[in-house]
Design a protein. Sequence first.
Length: 149
Amino acid sequence: MRVERAVTWTTASTPTVGPPKSDAGVRTLFIPATLLPRLREHLDKFAGPGEDALVFPNTQGHHMHHGSLYKVFRPARKSAGRPDLRWHDLRHTGATNAAPYATTRELMTFMGHSTMSAALIYQHAVEDRMAGLSAAMNTQIPRLPSEQD
């Protein structure tokens, strides 16, 4: 998927299409293969024809306003038992889930960040990850003759 444009709402009812906030926002993303059937189904059902069709249009096929999004998102988050969840939290979750598998530079590209400090927000040190790091390092340390079986 290629990210080349972004939508901002200059007024309550006027969308403006333009480049992302920074040059780093223009990027190519690779979608996990397990999500492709769901994405294809969504595109067939909701998106208009052509390469430039909106992935998430409103019911009239135009840019979706955040108010319309929240009409669906509020009940979904309540159903999930997370009424406190914000839309941006989904982006944060995706970035946090990607962080253990990416270098800082890769995460910056994935998220469209132009600074390391923005990417570092998502690189939380979690106990399991640190234990795995220790175990991986352990395999690289030669055993002493007295430690041999």
